[in-house]
Write a protein of this length. Structure first.
Length: 713
């Protein structure tokens, strides 16, 4: 075997081993010679392509790659490249394209310097191109993800202090790799002082002890814009020594801005809640407990006295001559006098005693933890003496006294409200005795006790004689003029005194079993009446007031189910229970469970008289009521009283925050309605819209309302 034969055999072995297609192109006539692998790359046998020429190659070349091929050929012919090398797509026999690295070189030229012969090879690179495309796609996705998430990366080599940033980190700091070479000291210098200290300490701990971190920092960008960033640190060890630190930089400016807004909003809500709690529990002028807080203190004092076998005194104080001062010198002087009187009273009572403003110039004092009644008498004498010295207001000397009535528990074993009433009656007796003195309530001989029991008997008899009936007051949407509900309100058709409103009889039974029976009757009657209206084509939600005693009664749910069963054609979703804000104080958890059980029956709930009781965000969170009713005492005076207007707006905003519908009571004029609409309250109820009316009048009123012009034009 000669040397040429051996050399050729070696070349063929090399070509087979490298899986390369070889070509030899006679440029002057287009002739093309190639090996079998050249044809196999595009799915053919060499015999299928015979004869092979330059046109054969053009036929399988992707049209988009032709300009690139011509350009590379021209560069090579002009001596601008040593090799003619390009990546092109060739059409496979099966119809798809394969990627090929085509490398060629001219080996002979004519007299004009043009190539006459080129040789080269084809190597399939489809797999590599797919991997490159996948890598490019992954890289782009990563880049886009980092850009969307404003999330960059960093790495610090501790051997040479070389700090590397990703593209997004440069964007976060509003710079580029061409403009800025990152450096640890410079990065730290951009931070605000507190953040500088935080990061410096964290970096030292990471380098010395391998402690990783996750920090939120405040920094400036290279353009001077202040941003918030989150940065983390992961530690890489080599042979037990910290070699490099790496982590992320994330722009969290928007998130921190939202967080700060939320924190500010939460603080505002907290302050609003405190204001509402104060407004609900304390007198705005004297800052003494008001009636609501007094009621709670009374209950606590009674429970404590029963548990510890002690006595309590309940005193009712009324200023003598205050009206004359108010009329003569005006309300401002009168208000200042009330504050001065309050301060004197507070200096002579005990720290554990409760002094509350009951209204006007009336105060109630609870003296608890008494061993003897004499202890209370000593305090009350000090109160009498405390205001004997004249008051000086705007250079005017004013003189008043105080009349005091007092009753003692448990000798007077009555409910809290009755105890205050007894002390009040004793106070009037003190005024009859000449004022500026103390009179103790005589439980055995007082006619008021007999009146209480007599009234209870009359009410019980009236209930037995079917003398009670329901009136209904509409609720409207002032924006759409839609009738959104009817509130059922109880009345007593007294055989002698005529039609009596609730305040004339409900206080006598609110702690009596009769209250539960009457409450059950109201629900039943309201549902029956709703069914009658439905038969007339009037389907309007109806609401019923539920008393605290009734709501917390152990059989309430069973009684409710009984009523619904007996009126099975009624849609429970059209029934709403209105509960007084103060009725939830005793047992919030139990009330929440009752509300949940009622909701399972389809019944809605409204928190009534909101703002007058123990307004608290915790109650709104725990009790899933559907709506809030702003108490009429705030709405009626809000056009003239800025404090009341502020409370109304606060309740509206509070209801929005907790996702509750809000409705205003006490809307007496269209001006009230316009003001409420401006503040964001659409639902209303009050005399300006309609007074409570008997059931027989409701259909006609609805017809007139729907056919008349909008209430607020």
């Amino acid at each position: 075997m000669n040397k040429n034969t051996v050399s050729q055999e070696v070349n063929e072995l090399v070509l087979d081993a490298t899986n390369v297609g070889v070509w030899d192109w006679r440029v002057e006539n287009g002739g093309l010679v190639c090996n079998e692998r050249w044809a196999e790359i595009i799915g053919y046998s060499l015999s299928e392509l015979m004869p092979v020429d330059y046109q054969t190659w053009l036929d399988v070349l992707h049209p988009d790659d032709l300009p690139k091929a011509i350009r590379n050929y021209d560069y090579h012919c002009q001596g601008q490249s040593e090799l003619c090398e390009l990546e092109v797509r060739l059409k496979h026999k099966s119809g798809h394209y394969v990627w090929v690295l085509s490398t060629g070189k001219a080996i002979s030229w004519d007299v004009d310097g043009k190539p006459t012969r080129m040789i080269g090879m084809h190597q399939e690179i489809t797999f590599r191109k797919k991997q490159e495309e996948l890598l490019a796609t992954t890289t782009e996705l990563l880049r886009e993800s980092q850009e969307i998430g404003k999330l960059g990366g960093w790495q610090l080599n501790l051997h040479n202090n070389n700090l590397i940033w990703t593209d997004e980190t440069y964007r976060i700091y509003e710079t580029t790799p061409q403009e800025y070479i990152p450096n640890v000291d410079i990065v730290v210098s951009y931070l605000l002082p507190d953040s500088q200290k935080l990061l410096s300490e964290a970096l030292d701990a990471a380098i010395q002890f391998g402690e990783e971190y996750d920090l939120e920092l405040e920094t400036y960008t290279t353009k001077g814009r202040k941003i918030d960033v989150r940065t983390t640190c992961n530690v890489t060890y080599v042979d037990g020594v910290v070699e490099k630190l790496s982590g992320i930089f994330q722009d969290i400016t928007d998130a921190k801005k939202n967080q700060r807004k939320l924190e500010k909003r939460n603080q505002e809500l907290k302050e609003l809640n405190e204001k509402l709690k104060f407004a609900a529990n304390y007198d705005q002028l004297t800052h003494l407990p008001n009636r609501n807080l007094l009621a709670d203190r009374m209950r606590q004092a009674i429970i404590k006295a029963q548990r510890n076998n002690k006595q309590i005194a309940i005193a009712f104080l009324d200023l003598d001559g205050f009206k004359e001062v108010n009329d003569a010198y005006g309300h401002d002087i009168g208000d200042e006098l009330l504050c001065l009187v309050t301060n004197r009273f507070k200096t002579v009572i005990r720290e554990e005693d409760t002094l509350a403003r009951f209204g006007g110039d009336e105060f109630v004092l609870i003296l608890d933890d008494l061993n003897t009644q004499h202890q209370a008498r000593e305090v009350l004498q000090r109160i009498l003496s405390s205001i004997t010295e004249k008051f000086i207001i705007e250079n005017t000397r004013l003189s008043i006294t105080v009349s005091i009535g007092v009753t003692f528990f448990p000798q007077d074993n009555s409910y809290a409200d009755i105890l205050i009433r007894h002390a009040d009656q004793a106070m009037y007796k003190a005024k009859e005795l000449g004022r500026n003195c103390i009179h103790e309530f005589d439980f055995e001989n007082d006619v008021a006790i007999k009146l209480q029991y007599r009234e209870l008997e009359y009410i019980t008899q009236g209930f037995s004689n079917n003398e009670f009936l329901l009136f209904y007051q509409p609720k409207i949407n002032m924006e759409t003029n839609e009738i959104v509900g009817l509130e059922a309100l109880i009345r007593w058709q007294h055989p002698a005194e005529g039609l009596l409103p609730p305040f004339r009889f409900l206080p006598f039974i609110e702690e009596e079993p009769l209250a539960i029976e009457l409450g059950k009757w109201v629900i039943d009657q309201a549902i029956k009446q709703h069914n009658e209206w439905r038969d007339l084509g009037l389907v309007i939600p109806i609401s019923v007031n539920v008393s605290p005693l009734q709501l917390q009664h152990e059989d309430f749910i069973e009684q409710l189910k009984e009523v619904l069963f007996l009126n099975n054609s009624f849609q429970a979703g059209l029934l709403e229970f209105e509960i007084l804000e103060s009725s939830i104080i005793k047992d919030t958890q139990h009330i929440a469970e009752v509300i949940d059980q009622c909701k399972q029956l389809g019944i809605r709930f409204s928190l009534d008289d909101f703002g007058t009781g123990y307004s608290s965000l915790s109650y709104l969170r725990k009790l899933m009521t559907d709506s809030i009713k702003i108490d009429q005492s705030f709405v009626i005076d809000m056009l003239d009283d800025m404090d009341d207007q502020a409370i109304v707006k606060s309740v509206i905003e509070l209801s929005k925050t907790f996702g509750r519908t809000v409705i205003a009571e006490g809307v007496e004029t269209k001006e009230h309605g316009r003001q409420l609409l401006k503040m964001g309250c659409q639902l209303a109820q009050g005399f300006g819209i309609a007074r409570p009316m008997p059931a027989s009048s409701v259909p006609e009123w609805i017809h007139l309302w729907k056919t008349s012009s909008p209430w607020i034009a």
